[in-house]
Each structure stands twice: as C-alpha cells, then as structure tokens.
Design a protein around this ligand. Structure first.
Ligand code: ADP
Ligand code: ADP
Length: 230
C-alpha cells in the first residue's frame, strides 16, 4: 500500500542551525511510529513540520497524496487529516469540555450541534470522562485535560494522530491513564506518530521506533530488534 505520509529529504533551519538535516521517512496507513532521541535532536520539529506548524526549508512532505507546501493546496484542509496532541494540553479555557470538542466539527466540518454533541459524548466516554462534559478545563486534572485534548483531536475524525510528548507535563500518577487511551487508539488501527520518552509504550505499541540525533534519523526498526542488545 502507498504511504499515508511521505517525508523526503527535508531540511529545516532555525537561523543558521539545521534542526532537520535531510530527513526522509515513509509512514504506512495504520502504522504506529514512535520517535525518540535526546533533547534538541529535532523530534518536535519533525512532527510539527508534518502539519506545517513549522515551515520546512527544503524537501517535501506529502500527506494523503497532498504536498503540504504546495500553494495549490489548502493547509487547513490538509490539517483536517492530522490530529495533534501537545505536551501542554492547549484546551480552550473559556469553553466547557463539550464545547472544546464540538467547536471545530461545527465550524469546519459543518456538523449540526446535535451531531457534534453526540459524537463528542461518544468520544468522552471512550477516553473515560463522560461525567466532565459540562465543566471547564481548569476543573480537571492534567491527565483528564490531556484525555480531553485527545478526544478533541479525534472529534475531527483525522486519519493520522500526531503526539508531541503527550505525557511529559503530567504528574507521574496520571501518565498511565493517557497512555491507556493511546494504546486503545493503536489497537483500533489509528495511524500514529508519537514523540515520547515512555519506553514501555514504545516497546509494546510501536511498529517502528525511530532514533533521532542532531536533526537526523540515525537508527530505525522494530522495537524488539532495537531494544535487544547483541
Ligand atoms: P526535540 O523535540 O528533539 O527536543 P526540537 O525539534 O524541539 O528538538 O529542536 C531541535 C533544534 O531546533 C534545537 O536545537 C532547538 O533549540 C531548535 N529550535 C526548535 N524550535 C526553535 C525555534 N522556534 N527557534 C529557534 N530554534 C528552535
Ligand atoms: P519541545 O521539544 O517539546 O517542542 P521545547 O521546550 O524544545 O519543547 O520548545 C518549546 C517551544 O519553544 C517550541 O515552540 C519551540 O519551537 C520553541 N523553541 C525551542 N527551542 C528554541 C530556541 N532555541 N529558540 C527559540 N525557540 C525555541
């Protein structure tokens, strides 16, 4: 099958410093990719380049057949394929949990309020926080907020989920509840690209583990191969 994401010879500079150096990577539909590597190695920049939160300087990125840098393509339409979850939860603070989930589907996907709410309630159930639909994000724990953020991304029915250190800002006791949701998504066959330091997750969920260092992919393979020392 054709890749759902094709990253070809991508370079990204911040000033004169290359954050990505000739990175190429194909991701298959349904593949679970985990990216690891030291701080500053370009993991976040690579992930953010996929939905053009960072503009690449050279190379190309194709998402579901569309070149994200092409002036003919509307990046907002391309982004509808890409759900993104950040380290900081980035919920809208003045909207309730339910409103956080319904806003984009109503405005961008033209769902009726009723359709959007029904979808949202299903997703809140899936991430285990149905009872919090009508509260504001500040009332929730970090783990609950991150589960809402995942549900909000899913409400747009993306083909691909991008996770940028989704558990790094959480108290340790809340990491598991967020990873459980990610495992569930993986089991459902969601295409996922995750930057994370959670090695247990990487080992059990990743189809492919990618090591980055100094803006380059230096090693990749199935986790059982890479975790085994000869
Ligand atoms: P990682 O996610 O692996 O920690 P990043 O992708 O965040 O790495 O960063 C890669 C390199 O790019 C680092 O040297 C970082 O300081 C630099 N960088 C990232 N974002 C910016 C930015 N907005 N402006 C300048 N430098 C940046
Ligand atoms: P992460 O690696 O999870 O992206 P960082 O702390 O590296 O987290 O980056 C947080 C924000 O700061 C990002 O928006 C990134 O682009 C920006 N940033 C990172 N490094 C630099 C830098 N050297 N100069 C300016 N901005 C930076």
């Amino acid at each position: 099958t054709a890749p759902i994401i094709t990253i070809s010879n991508v370079w990204k500079y911040f000033g004169s410093l290359p954050a990505l150096q000739d990175v190429s990577l194909d991701i298959a539909p349904g593949e679970r990719v985990v990216i690891i590597g030291p701080s500053g190695s370009g993991k976040s920049t690579l992930l953010r380049s996929i939905n053009r939160l960072e503009e690449i300087d050279q190379g190309s990125i194709i998402v579901k057949g569309e070149n994200i840098m092409s002036p003919d393509n509307d990046i907002n339409l391309i982004r509808q394929n890409l759900g993104m979850v950040f380290q900081q939860f980035n919920l809208f603070p003045h909207k309730t949990v339910l409103e956080n989930l319904t806003m984009a589907p109503i405005t961008l996907r033209k769902l009726t309020r009723e359709e959007a709410e029904s979808r949202a309630l299903g997703l809140l159930k899936k991430v285990g926080i149905s009872e919090k639909a009508n509260v504001y994000p500040a009332m929730l724990s970090g783990g609950q907020q991150q589960r809402v953020a995942i549900a909000r991304a899913l409400a747009m029915q993306p083909a691909i989920m991008l996770f940028d250190e989704p558990t790094s800002a959480l108290d340790p006791e809340m990491v598991g509840e967020v990873l459980d949701v990610m495992v569930k998504l993986a089991e459902e066959g969601m295409t996922m690209v995750c930057v994370t330091h959670e090695m247990g997750f990487a080992r059990t969920v990743a189809d492919r583990l990618i090591f980055m260092d100094q803006g380059q992919i230096v090693e990749q393979g199935r986790p059982e191969t890479l975790f085994t020392t000869p």
